[in-house]
Design a protein around this ligand. Structure first.
Ligand code: VTB
Length: 321
């Protein structure tokens, strides 16, 4: 049984609308809570036997949408659901670019999402034109040159998104030395990775280290876009490594490709909270709000961009002052 695409879209729309009331208000926890509460309540109305495989954290640290939490009415297809109700809590509270609400889902027996340990992941994400071209074990210079060739661009026209962190100082220098452009982002490597998958976004690749759970959600988007993602888990201590050995198995230092992290029939949905490289944020008009989303199904090979008007939105989520 297939769950209508529009249902998944409603999940991320509801989360984006709820936390959009907190855009620019300087309270990231309130923004995250609003998104999580709205998303959970939408999911619980869906006719699915769902379980959260990637969520807000472990059961003991996250009251809502924790890993293993059952969602949905319990009657319907068994679905594994990976969520990030608000990717970029700082971006939302600061009113800066690229905060999104996001979900990836796989129906049991049709698709699979990898269980992600809570550690870092080194990521390389490129769009369809660069599939089969890049290799995370090679230097940024080589990858950028290979990308430029595949894209039919000058190296100086290639733009790489990188999280602005000290750990990336060397990477940033290497990208610049190769002659390419670095787009530094303060947070939200998931939204910029999705932008890199889209040929119209102006971002050609995402490189660098961010969260592993978000990496798996990125892989679901990559599968839907027909792009390529390579990831390597990065551990801060032995505990994390042992956990990864239990959850992921095999040699946990290996390079993981897209299909190891997301496979088969998966659905991906994201709604903009603040304006970003790929999606516009929630906009308010007299008596209604407008959202922009992207929703994709890997099995059908569909990528839909959806603009939705939400009437009387101020009654559902009153402005917070
Ligand atoms: C953040 C966040 C990213 O990873 O950077 C986080 O902005 C981890 O990095 O979007 P830090 O610990 O250095 O902040 C993400 O959440 C996802 O990959």
């Amino acid at each position: 049984m297939t769950i209508p695409t529009i249902e998944y879209l409603g999940v991320t729309e509801s989360a984006a609308l709820a936390c959009s009331r907190w855009v620019g208000k300087g309270d990231k926890d309130a923004a995250d809570e609003a998104a999580t509460t709205a998303m959970r309540s939408f999911l619980n109305d869906m006719a699915i036997d769902g379980v959260i495989c990637i969520g807000e954290g472990e059961r003991d640290e996250a009251p809502m949408l924790y890993i293993g939490e059952k969602v949905g009415t319990g009657v319907g297809p068994k679905v594994s659901i990976a969520v990030d109700p608000l990717e970029g809590t700082n971006l939302c509270s600061n009113g800066t670019a690229n905060a999104i609400s996001v979900l990836a889902a796989a129906v049991e027996g049709q698709g699979r999402l990898m269980a992600a340990p809570d550690c870092y992941m080194e990521k390389l994400v490129v769009g369809r034109e660069c599939r089969g071209v890049v290799d995370i074990t090679l230097s940024p210079r080589i990858n950028i040159n290979l990308m430029a060739k595949a894209l039919g661009k000058d190296v100086g026209e290639v733009t790489v998104g990188v999280l602005d962190r000290e750990r990336h100082d060397r990477l940033i220098a290497q990208i610049r030395e190769a002659g390419a452009r670095v787009m530094l982002i303060s947070d939200g490597d998931l939204s910029v990775a999705i932008a890199a998958l889209d040929p119209e976004s102006g971002v050609d690749a995402l490189m660098g280290t961010g969260g592993a759970p978000e990496g798996v959600i990125t892989a679901a988007a990559t599968l839907c876009y027909g792009g390529e993602m390579q990831g390597r888990l990065v551990f801060s201590n032995d505990d994390q490594r042992e956990r990864a050995e239990r959850m992921v198995g095999g040699n946990v230092d290996r390079v993981m490709v897209t299909t190891e992290m997301a496979e088969g029939h998966v659905v991906f949905a994201a709604t903009g909270v603040t304006d970003g490289n790929l999606l516009r944020g929630v906009r308010f008009r007299r008596g209604f709000a407008i959202t922009e989303s992207i929703v994709m199904r890997s099995a059908q090979g569909t990528i839909r961009r959806v603009e939705t008007k939400h009437l009387d939105e101020e009654l559902r989520h009153p402005p917070c002052n």
